[in-house]
Ligand binder design. Structure first.
Ligand SMILES: [Cu+2]
Length: 297
């Protein structure tokens, strides 16, 4: 019998849209296919004009790595897992002949994967080498309020050249992400996002043979100028990306018949991306980092 059992973990871009546009954005009640943020407000101190300006390639170096979302190494200090992140602009190829100016964590889109076990104490040292201030929000993770990354609410924005240290106990287990919370419309839209996976201390589900994280996003690049794609006239994306690459530069997932496959879909942009596995079924086991309860008898 052919059984390919798929486990899907979804994080909805709608939630992110509300989150990334900062605390002023009311929750959208739009039931259409593309949830439009109710108001194009900007966090921080810049206005809407700033959000619509392109990120030009001038003075930005090409990325030195070609693959996003790779594991971020750590070292241990007194039992704490210490990660280092530098925010910086790079020129990033979404296709062989299409380059965007990306704002990144450690030079790739998505940024590097933080993977820890539930209950681990983690410390993340963030150095800001962007031309603008930034902060990091740990999306879905139960962090102390002072670690939540909301600029001018839970912390002062990290200014260009400054370093800020986040520290918390990793919980609960699940598929999460980290992303900018400063002018999220621009900073998340141009690459400041990455996966954060917390493995359960005690495994309750069967281990998958293949475990893949797919970050879904959009790009808008016109005449070599990169814009943060948004659901508004003139700002729509002209490329959709999976893990920072547009088709056909996207990576194939090759599995053997009978293997258990876990796909962790993370919607990072401001558009909805319904995902379909053509020719075989899957089962949704968790959404937004929470297990889906078994159906009633
Ligand atoms: Cu978020």
């Amino acid at each position: 019998m052919r059984t390919i059992f798929l486990i899907i973990i979804l994080a909805f871009s709608m939630l992110l849209a509300a989150c990334a546009t900062n605390q002023t954005a009311p929750v959208s009640t739009d039931t259409g296919p593309t949830p439009t943020p109710a108001r194009m407000t900007s966090s921080g101190n810049a206005g809407m004009g700033h959000m619509m300006e392109p990120l030009g390639p001038e003075g930005v170096s090409p990325a030195t790595q070609d693959k996003g979302g790779q594991s971020l190494p750590f070292h241990i200090e007194n039992g704490v897992k210490v990660f280092e992140i530098t925010t910086k602009p790079v020129l990033w190829n979404i296709l062989d002949d299409v380059t965007v100016t990306a704002w990144t964590y450690n030079g790739t889109v998505p940024g590097q994967l933080i993977r820890v076990t539930e209950g681990d104490r983690v410390r993340i040292v963030v150095k800001n080498e962007l031309p603008d201030p930034t902060t990091i929000h740990w999306h879905g993770i139960e962090v102390p309020n002072a670690m939540d990354g909301v600029p001018d609410v839970t912390q002062k924005p990290i200014q260009p050249g400054e370093t800020f240290t986040y520290e918390f106990i990793a919980k609960p287990a699940g598929t999460f992400m980290y992303h900018s919370h400063f002018e999220g419309d621009v900073q998340v839209g141009t690459g400041l996002y990455a996966p954060f996976i917390i493995e359960p201390k005690q495994e309750t589900a069967p281990r998958p043979d293949v475990d893949v994280t797919l970050m879904l996003a959009e790009s808008r690049v016109v005449n070599g100028q990169t814009f943060a794609a948004m659901p508004m006239a003139g700002m729509e994306p002209n490329y959709f990306t999976i893990n920072g690459k547009a088709f056909p530069a996207t990576e194939a997932i090759t599995v053997k018949q009978g293997q258990r496959v876990r796909l962790r879909f993370i919607g990072m942009g401001q558009f909805v991306h319904p995902m379909h596995l053509h020719g075989f079924p899957f089962k949704i086991v968790a959404t937004d980092g929470h297990p889906v309860p078994p159906p009633p008898n």
